[in-house]
Design a binder for this molecule. Structure first.
Ligand SMILES: [Zn+2]
Length: 76
């Protein structure tokens, strides 16, 4: 019995970008238009979000960084 050659993770998943679930929607932080979620293909190493209006890619981290949640809790 021979051991079948083991492959070491032939498919590398991009560790840089966290990929949103399919069907997730997001708006462009620049123009506010809805963006396209790109299919996570092995040969694609870009960012998950594509704004066709701005012709620009965005990552989840980009969106989080642009999020302006300035809520101030006023305790009485
Ligand atoms: Zn845009």
């Amino acid at each position: 019995m021979r051991d079948v050659e083991k492959y070491e993770d032939p498919i590398q998943f991009r560790p840089e970008y966290s990929w949103p679930d399919p069907g997730t929607a997001a708006n462009c932080p620049h123009c506010g238009e809805s963006m396209q979620l790109i299919d996570p293909r092995p040969e694609y190493f870009g960012k998950p979000w594509w704004c066709s209006t701005c012709q620009w890619q965005f990552s989840q981290e980009d969106l989080a960084g642009h999020k302006t949640s300035v809520e101030t809790n006023s305790d009485s």
